[in-house]
Design a binder for this molecule. Structure first.
Ligand SMILES: Nc1ncnc2c1ncn2[C@@H]1O[C@H](COP(=O)(O)OP(=O)(O)O)[C@@H](O)[C@H]1O
Ligand SMILES: [Mg+2]
Length: 600
């Protein structure tokens, strides 16, 4: 397990972005102090180089004290070496700390996203999340690696060099900083503009990642429908928008530079001109003037950098907000509630349950029914009638809006979500396998060690054991991109084996057989029968044959139960069920006739 407990990042989030970033530095502040001190050391040695130059010109060369020359030369070398090592030390400290902070943030973010509720994931695109975990965290890292130390460096350089200048000549020093407010004002102006431009740019980048991600995930569909040109066109449009937003962003940076450079250049020119006049008027020594020439550059340079820092900081700040927004999302509490040691029986009762995702568009209205442990409940109804929504209420992926669901006579919210989910097994319409070995896929999520025999047993019941043995590495065969490709029916049987091992009291089969062919369906159906034995099962299917043995069949239309009963009862009733039944059986008899005719 990654250690994310070192800092509860959620509690450090602040709407004041600088404060939030300061909080993120927790545990690394000493390193930053040391990095800044090292920079101070390097700035000082640079300044002393110029002061030494003044001493050399005014006090060594002019009076001709030549025996001091080697000493002064050694001084220059020592200062250069010291300056270099200090710069290196601060860079190393800052980048190591920045990596550490970014790593901690990334880990926390990943951990946090795992704990966000279903509704968050349903409403956020994958591309957007990937973007925030990678590109945005990286912008925050750059903030700590570059800007956080450079601000210290800039301020130190400015203070030290200004003091040195002031010691040379007060009047000259004061006239050398007239430009400061102009540079700062233009930096602030561009900071705001870049903030907005970068925000838009990042948003567009997320759109681009989503487009790529969707295209790659759906590559089969794209190829099957020969939609490559359309997809390429779509990508180009999105990419073009990103290009334009990126160009606008770069334009802001590009405009800021020459403007601040003009200010800085004019300042150096004016200062040098004034200094030269003072030398001619004999109010300034030649050595001082030479030192001034060096120092003014190192006074204006940090000022220019400060502007750049302010402007670049906006990227870090915008990305910080984007990351902070996710961190501020509430986690799902998996612990609150009871987790009965004895487990559960599996009696379920829906009492006037109503549910909606968004206010104003009800999905389920006033649903009531009950079943006892071990029974099978079938849900039948057109697409969009709310079947999946209903079963998603059981593991509390979503909460009911009114009414109650009782499990063993107790309302669902009394059980902890973690416990409920450990008691419920779901076989979905689209089976999902990880790019790991088959064995790892079957034993996924089990908190106990299982023997090979147990795994084989589950696979046998799921009618997949022989198939697995036929693979080159048996149970150690990798699934997915780098391994074997399983057919839809095979994947489904692997997930059934997984669910068998989980051994849940309640089982949800959501359209588990709809995407496989008839022959595979027969195999899967027998595997499912093995799985259903002794468990309360909710089975959603379109084929009557799959559900006719259920203890209770509920026919749904627009989120309400319009018919209920056993197969025999419902077939005898005039209604939707009878209609579907006749339709399906007549199609099947037709098919059989066709087959017979073809054989003759
Ligand atoms: N996460 C969601 N957010 C908002 N609406 C949803 C969400 N999931 C499903 N719906 C809507 O709820 C309705 C019922 O969907 P669903 O329960 O999936 O039906 P079924 O499984 O019967 O096909 C549909 O109109 C669907 O658009
Ligand atoms: Mg569904």
């Amino acid at each position: 397990m990654v250690n994310t407990s070192e800092l509860d990042i959620r509690s450090t989030i602040s709407n004041n972005r600088l404060k939030g970033l300061w909080n993120l530095m927790a545990g690394y502040r000493w390193q930053y102090l040391a990095a800044n001190l090292a920079l101070g050391g390097s700035a000082l040695s640079k300044t002393f180089t110029y002061l030494l130059l003044r001493y050399f010109v005014d006090d060594v060369l002019t009076p001709g004290v030549y025996r001091l020359v080697p000493l002064v030369a050694a001084g220059f070398v020592a200062l250069a070496v010291f300056e270099g090592s200090m710069t290196f030390a601060s860079g190393a400290l800052a980048s190591r700390s920045a990596e550490g902070i970014a790593r901690r943030l990334r880990n926390y973010l990943y951990d946090h996203i795992q704990h966000l509720p279903f509704s968050f994931h349903a409403g956020t695109s994958t591309g957007e999340l990937i973007e925030r975990c990678t590109s945005d965290v990286d912008a925050v890292r750059r903030f700590f690696a570059d800007q956080a130390v450079n601000v210290g460096r800039v301020v130190l350089l400015f203070i030290i060099n200004f003091t040195a200048l002031y010691s040379l000549n007060g009047k000259l020093a004061l006239t050398s900083i007239i430009v400061v407010p102009f540079v700062v004002a233009s930096a602030i102006y561009f900071f705001k503009r870049i903030n907005t431009a970068y925000e838009k740019y990042q948003e567009q980048e997320a759109v681009l990642s989503t487009t790529v991600q969707e295209n790659l995930t759906g590559v089969r569909v794209v190829k099957a429908y020969a939609r490559q040109d359309f997809e390429i066109g779509k990508f180009e449009t999105v990419n073009e928008t990103k290009y334009r937003k990126g160009r606008h962003l770069m334009m802001q940076h590009a405009l800021f530079w020459p403007i601040s450079d003009i200010f800085c250049g004019m300042q150096i020119l004016a200062g040098t001109y004034m200094g030269a006049r003072m030398v001619m008027a004999n109010t300034l020594s030649l050595g001082s003037f030479l030192a001034y020439g060096g120092l003014i550059v190192w006074l204006i340079f940090p000022l220019r950098t400060l502007g750049r820092m302010i402007v670049q900081m906006s990227t870090g700040l915008v990305s910080y907000s984007r990351v902070a927004k996710i961190i501020q999302e509430d986690r799902e509490d998996l612990e609150a509630g009871s987790s009965p040691q004895a487990g559960i029986q599996g009696d379920i009762q829906f009492e006037n349950v109503s549910f909606q995702y968004e206010v104003g568009s009800p999905i389920l209205g006033d649903v009531s029914f009950s079943c006892s442990a071990g029974q099978a409940i079938a849900l039948l109804g057109s697409t969009g009638s709310g079947k999946t929504s209903l079963v998603n209420l059981l593991p509390r992926f979503y909460e009911v809006n009114s009414g109650t669901i009782l499990l063993d006579g107790k309302p669902l919210p009394e059980y902890s979500k973690g416990f409920l989910r450990s008691q419920i097994g779901i076989v979905e319409q689209e089976p999902f396998l990880f790019s790991r070995t088959i064995r790892e896929n079957i034993t996924y999520g089990l908190n106990r060690s299982v023997s090979d025999e147990e795994v084989y047993q589950a696979a046998r019941s799921a009618a997949i054991h022989d198939v697995i043995l036929s693979f080159p590495h048996g149970y150690d065969t990798l699934v997915g991109e780098k391994g074997v490709t399983l057919s839809g029916g095979q994947k489904q049987r692997v997930t059934i084996a997984r669910t068998l091992l989980k051994d849940p009291r309640i089982l949800i089969l959501d359209d588990s057989t709809s995407s496989v062919d008839l022959e595979t369906e027969a195999v899967i159906r027998s595997a499912l029968e093995n799985l259903m034995r002794g468990r309360t099962t909710f089975i959603i299917a379109h084929r009557i044959q799959t559900i006719m043995t259920a203890d209770l069949i509920l026919v749904f239309d627009k989120g309400a139960i319009i018919q209920r009963g056993t197969h025999e009862q419902l077939v005898a009733q005039d209604g939707m069920y009878q209609k579907i039944y006749h339709l399906q059986t007549s199609i099947e008899t037709e098919l059989e006739k066709e087959v017979k005719r073809a054989r003759i």
